[in-house]
Design a binder for this molecule. Structure first.
Ligand SMILES: NC(=O)C1=CN([C@@H]2O[C@H](COP(=O)(O)OP(=O)(O)OC[C@H]3O[C@@H](n4cnc5c(N)ncnc54)[C@H](OP(=O)(O)O)[C@@H]3O)[C@@H](O)[C@H]2O)C=CC1
Ligand SMILES: Nc1nc(=O)c2c([nH]1)NC[C@@H]1CN(c3ccc(C(=O)N[C@@H](CCC(=O)O)C(=O)O)cc3)C=[N+]21
Length: 292
């Protein structure tokens, strides 16, 4: 069994980012990322902090907007508009999910597609479907694809089963795996909560991408011998032995699944660090494209 280290692959991606940042610096340019958080969900706060920290480590310009949960739709749109017009900002990310009174779809559509490093804007969703390389691909599925490539997993002709169909993970993941070329050319099945006999389908998978949001949902019975499993899930579960009072677990029951796998990602240290690394890479891409 091969343990695919997201931490190690993310470090490789960040090394590429450092080189790009140095090249841009020599041209007097510095990529800038703005992360907007509305409300005080603890997991979201932690995530926003780690993105800000990674930006600073790399020497990117980083703006962190932490807005109260009472922020109105109009106020948030005004912030997005200001960032759209700020030439020092190349990437804008509005942390999902926002509070209930915010219309997330309208916010996403207000972001300049050229600064939409999350890849959520309809223009970028269309570019992904069209396999147009000028678009931005959502960071998490992009990171999963890179993990497969770096781990030497052949996707061409493989049966990949994606569990989950969200706009942030499952759907773009399926589009990437079915696209032509490296890390693609797979035969893709997308499953979700209405899927009948999920285990019968996942057992036919050469590659399983689990993006469900339920701790330890994928069990040994879901996985065939020799499969590759990418665990996207980040779930906080109570843990009295940890000083934080919780621990992070994936959507895969790692202990029982790992022995059957050719390769598997851990949680933490798997897809999570890749998401952050791809966000940095997308911000650099946005900066390069803004100059061109
Ligand atoms: N590592 C990272 O960087 C990231 C991790 N995540 C994590 O990935 C997980 C998924 O996130 P996200 O896609 O945003 O979650 P969503 O809740 O938006 O989507 C979950 C998907 O799983 C499907 N699903 C739910 N229950 C079942 C079931 N019993 N059987 C089969 N499918 C099911 C849902 O189906 P239906 O559509 O029918 O409701 C839905 O399509 C979460 O744990 C999240 O924390 C998310 C983003 C980034
Ligand atoms: N607009 C938007 N874009 C996102 O990309 C986005 C979002 N909203 N909302 C929430 C989800 C979740 N997400 C994570 C990214 C990294 C880790 C991560 O780095 N995890 C570490 C552990 C971190 C820790 O220890 O807390 C790991 O898995 O090793 C986790 C979760 C991005 N998301």
């Amino acid at each position: 069994m091969q343990l695919i280290s997201g931490t190690a692959v993310a470090e490789k991606v960040l090394e590429e980012c450092r080189r790009d940042i140095a090249t841009l610096a020599a041209q007097g340019r510095k990529p800038g990322l703005a992360v907007v958080l509305v409300g005080d969900d603890p997991a979201s706060r932690a995530y926003v902090r780690s993105k800000d920290k990674k930006c600073r480590d790399l020497g990117l310009h980083s703006v962190k907007l932490e807005l109260p949960a009472s922020t109105t739709q109009e106020e948030l749109l005004a912030h997005v508009d200001a960032l759209n017009n700020d030439p020092s900002i190349h990437g804008i990310l509005v942390q999902s999910p926002p509070p209930k009174h915010i219309d997330e779809a309208a916010i996403v559509r207000a972001i300049d597609p050229a600064k939409d490093v999350d890849g959520f804007h309809p223009v970028n969703v269309a570019k992904l479907a069209l396999e147009d390389p000028t678009g931005f691909v959502p960071c998490t599925p992009l990171g999963c694809q890179r993990l497969l490539i770096e781990a030497g997993i052949e996707t061409s002709g493989a049966h990949a089963v994606v569990v989950g169909r969200s706009m942030i993970v499952g759907k773009p993941m399926a589009l990437l795996l079915m696209a032509k070329g490296k890390g693609g050319d797979a035969t893709v099945t997308v499953t979700h909560s209405r899927t009948k006999d999920l285990a019968a389908i996942t057992r036919t998978a050469d590659i399983i991408i689990a993006a469900i949001g339920r701790p330890h949902f994928i069990k040994a019975e879901h996985v065939k011998e020799g499969a590759v499993v990418i665990d996207v899930g980040i779930n906080r579960v109570d843990d009295a032995t940890s000083d934080k009072g919780y621990k992070l677990v994936g959507d895969v029951a790692f202990d029982e699944v790992a022995p059957k796998c050719r390769a598997i990602t851990p949680v933490p240290g798997g897809v999570g660090p890749m998401t952050i690394a791809m966000l940095m890479a997308n911000t650099i891409k946005a900066c390069k494209q803004a100059a061109a």
